[in-house]
Design a protein. Structure first.
Length: 288
């Protein structure tokens, strides 16, 4: 199937039914907004964080629509950054984008997620327009190591391994993010110590560091970064870590949720730290 046909296949739901199955809310005005308004704000921003629910099929369609609009508006500077690829697979991702390897090799050698079909249209759009795709996430073997042995264990890695990670030591964000993590995990007793929280911080820091590296080399970039919602919600996690690696980076933060009633929003439930809230129809079928 040709690339244009693939993209059209994924965009059709957005063009039709999707338009009555989601709402975008501007947290500043507490009014509804449009995708055009979101993309227009990239004139004064460098990175758009999109915090998704991984199995939200409509959310994936909206992501593609936003990235397509960014590509059209910034044809030379748009870039895609994904939690779904790990930093040590960047050479493989680059080879695929440059038509040096087949998709089957990308899937195996870049350890693509099992629901890669949800991200394939984004990658293909970047490939079609010869735009970068940033493999942003920390290699899972190292996050697993931290979960078992703590952040200090990363110092034992050799210099080559450390190239795939942010500069050590990794900051463990305190305050709001830690409290939120503890609550999500069900309390301190359920965490089994600090190591799992440290691995979460490595995950966030690596994504932020990957984005910051790209911005340093390509300061005119307009990057769309996609990760699970917890990693950037309320401009915490990866979004907060980015401010440490690229203090001048300007951010737009989107938090997306699939809910039963997307037409009505309880503003007490959402922080204004999220520039936009996207609510999608949670009754639609999931992507997995």
């Amino acid at each position: 199937m040709k690339i244009a046909s693939i993209l059209l296949l994924y965009l059709l739901p957005f063009i039709g039914v999707a338009q009555v199955n989601y709402k975008i809310y501007n947290t500043n005005t507490q009014k509804t907004a449009t995708l055009d308004e979101v993309v227009a704000e990239m004139n004064k921003a460098d990175v758009l964080f999109y915090g998704e629910e991984h199995n939200d099929s409509l959310g994936h369609t909206i992501e593609l629509a936003i990235f397509d609009m960014l590509v059209k508006k910034y044809p030379q500077n748009a870039a895609l950054s994904l939690e779904m690829f790990e930093t040590d697979t960047q050479p493989v991702v680059n080879e695929y984008l440059n038509n040096l390897i087949r998709e089957k090799n990308l899937l195996t050698d870049a350890r693509a997620w099992s629901n890669y079909k949800d991200y394939k249209p984004l990658v293909e759009l970047a490939k079609q327009h010869q735009l970068p795709v940033i493999a942003a996430n920390a290699p899972s073997k190292y996050t697993n190591r931290v979960t078992r042995l703590g952040l200090g264990s990363l110092h034992e890695l050799d210099s080559k391994a450390k190239e795939w990670l942010p500069p050590l030591p990794i900051d463990t964000a305190a305050g709001a993010y830690y409290n939120k993590f503890v609550k999500t995990m069900g309390g301190h007793a359920s965490m089994g110590g600090m190591k799992i929280y440290q691995s979460q911080n490595l995950w966030d820091a690596t994504m932020a560091w990957s984005i910051a590296k790209h911005l340093k080399v390509n300061p005119r970039s307009k990057i769309m970064h996609i990760n699970g919602g917890f990693h950037s919600e309320d401009q915490l996690g990866a979004a907060a870590q980015l401010k440490k690696y690229a203090p001048k980076a300007r951010i737009i933060n989107i938090a997306a949720y699939a809910v039963a009633d997307y037409n009505n929003i309880n503003w007490n439930s959402y922080s204004k730290s999220n520039n936009y809230i996207i609510l999608t129809n949670g009754n639609l079928s999931k992507s997995f």
